[in-house]
Unconditional design. Structure first.
Length: 284
């Protein structure tokens, strides 16, 4: 009799647990070896994990961190799906997916193709950008349905292969919507990423994920646009130089005397002329 009991024990799952030794795994279907789940089996869910039951392609009950006994009272949705009229009294079959809900940090993103932007200062501009982002799963059912599908193990590498382009697309749309001048964007990378988060996350909610940090490390434009920016900056500096020369000239006339005033005026006049020549050269 005892050998039979021992044999039956090997045919049923009594403890369901995913230790998640690989930190790059986002979701995994528990390897049940085609065994049935015993009534009263223990489901162990660790911190930063969520366990999701699926029965014949339909979502059943969801369990957060803790130790759970699988009895009728704890799996009301699965009980309804399976149609148990008198409660859970016998072993049953269902898929159990574990989803890692921790924060995945330092993931790289970048634009494969230039983003077309309408810049108020430079007109139509082609820009490239790259940086890093942090994300986590916030809606387990949506993530399993829209991203994981029937995959038995879904890792960070799979996520980057399928979702990187969607994240870049969300960034591109957000940047175009925000209408941030390219020059300003290049000066305020940290502020830009934080400001775009409220525009990026709504586009990613349909995948069950949320980006908690989006960092823009670089925005680059074609060489000819960079030259135009440099030229504009230099012209701005020349304009400020003319104002400075005029101020110094007026100040010298007010405070100087005799030959000193004349010498100061001559020097500043030469500086003013040089500034005008530089401005004329840049405009040509």
């Amino acid at each position: 009799m005892k050998p039979i009991i021992n044999y039956l024990k090997t045919q049923f799952l009594e403890i369901i647990e995913w230790q998640n030794e690989n930190r790059d795994t986002i979701a995994v279907r528990y390897p049940d070896a085609d065994k049935e789940i015993k009534r009263g089996a223990q489901l162990i869910v660790r911190e930063s994990q969520t366990a999701q039951f699926i029965y014949l392609g339909q979502f059943g009950d969801t369990f957060g961190p803790g130790k759970h006994s699988l009895v009728t009272d704890n799996i009301p949705i699965l009980s309804t799906l399976k149609g148990w009229k008198f409660g859970l009294e016998s072993p049953f079959k269902a898929d159990v997916y574990y989803v890692n809900t921790r924060l995945f940090t330092g993931n790289k993103w970048g634009t494969a193709n230039p983003i077309i932007l309408r810049d108020k200062d430079l007109g139509i501009v082609r820009a490239r950008a790259y940086g890093i982002f942090d994300f986590h799963v916030v809606d387990v059912k949506t993530f399993l349905k829209e991203v994981v599908g029937t995959t038995s193990r879904y890792g960070l590498e799979d996520f980057m292969d399928t979702m990187r382009s969607r994240i870049v697309s969300a960034f591109s749309s957000a940047l175009a919507t925000a209408k941030v001048p390219v020059i300003d964007a290049a000066l305020q990378y940290n502020e830009l990423g934080e400001a775009l988060l409220p525009l990026i996350n709504p586009a990613l909610a349909k995948y069950g994920i949320a980006v908690t940090s989006f960092i823009v490390e670089n925005i680059s434009v074609p060489a000819e646009v960079e030259q135009a920016i440099d030229k504009r900056s230099a012209m701005g500096a020349i304009g400020n130089l003319n104002d400075y020369v005029k101020f110094q000239l007026a100040n010298g006339m007010a405070n100087g005397a005799g030959g000193n005033m004349a010498a100061t005026a001559a020097q500043l006049g030469a500086g003013l002329a040089m500034g005008q020549q530089m401005a004329a050269a840049l405009k040509s």
